[in-house]
Ligand binder design. Structure first.
Ligand code: MF3
Ligand code: CO
Ligand code: CO
Length: 269
């Protein structure tokens, strides 16, 4: 983007609105989580996400998002195995050995909550489990490292260092983002260190996502030219991702998209 936009810092009232949006999004994930299993199609998962969101009076942010010439056609993203992100739900039926990332985003009274989890359809290969664990741990290590007004670059440093221990690839083409009244806003939240992030701080009032995509092999990705959305690993190895929406306050970081039912820091897959 050519125009450099300023980061938005939320007032106390706006922070509460984001807490409400994050909590609803987490409850949506809680509702869908038990249904992500062998024999279920990604399209069925999408219909559950869509219906639950509408039943509660809210809006699925993904549906119709993006360029007018190719708006996103579904209410969530389901990214299976070698799909890195933006997988479009359809007829594919989950089967043993698969991993699938479910990414859900809701608009609640004009404010966005955005999160994703990777699910395992047992039994899976040991290396695939390691990729999932690495993605989860790198998200939580990054969250724990953050303090009021810390460098934005800390996120990429922590995630890259963790993934390097396993020689897994950290996707750098797709990033986390500021979030609020808009789905995607400044700053870009890189999952690897960058010069751009080095000069920025995570100030109290900033709402943003962290959503590392960890590849079993190379970090390189290829976008599907037919649907214009699906992103796959270039080498065909698996990719896993976890995402939370976060709020920095004067006293520390808050995870907005979690309830007691979701996987917590330290969870073993
Ligand atoms: N939820 C994704 C994110 O974390 C974005 C999906 S955009 C869509 O930023 F159009 F593909 F749904
Ligand atoms: Co996001
Ligand atoms: Co998301």
């Amino acid at each position: 983007m050519l125009i450099k936009q300023k980061k938005i810092l939320l007032t106390p009232i706006e922070r509460d609105a984001m807490r409400v949006a994050g909590r609803f999004n987490a409850e949506l994930m809680d509702f869908v989580r038990p249904h992500v299993k062998e024999g279920v199609s990604t399209g069925e998962i999408d219909r559950m996400v869509h219906q639950y969101t509408l039943d509660h009076g809210h809006i699925p942010a993904c549906l119709g998002y993006g360029p007018a010439k190719n708006p996103y056609p579904k209410s969530c993203c389901t990214s299976v195995n070698q799909v890195v992100c933006h997988g479009i739900p359809g007829n594919y039926v989950l089967r043993p050995g698969d991993i699938v990332n479910l990414d859900v985003t809701t608009i609640v009274d004009g404010w966005h909550g955005d999160q994703s989890e990777t699910f395992i359809i047992e039994p899976i290969a040991g290396e695939v489990r390691q990729v999932v664990q690495c993605a989860f741990d790198s998200l939580h290590l990054a969250i724990e490292a953050l303090t009021p007004s810390c460098s934005l670059d800390l996120i990429g440093q922590v995630i890259a260092r963790h993934a390097a221990q396993f020689r897994f690839g950290v996707v750098d083409k797709y990033v986390g983002h500021g979030i609020g009244r808009r789905f995607h806003e400044p700053p870009n939240v890189s999952h690897v260190p960058t010069r751009e992030a080095k000069s920025q701080r995570i100030e109290p009032g900033l709402c943003f996502t962290i959503e590392p995509m960890i590849n079993g092999g190379s970090k390189k990705t290829i976008e599907d030219t037919r649907d214009g959305w699906t992103v796959r690993t270039a080498d065909g190895k698996v990719s896993a991702q976890f995402e939370h929406t976060l709020l920095m306050t004067e006293t520390g970081i808050e995870v907005l998209t979690t309830t007691q039912l979701g996987p917590q820091r330290g969870h073993k897959f």
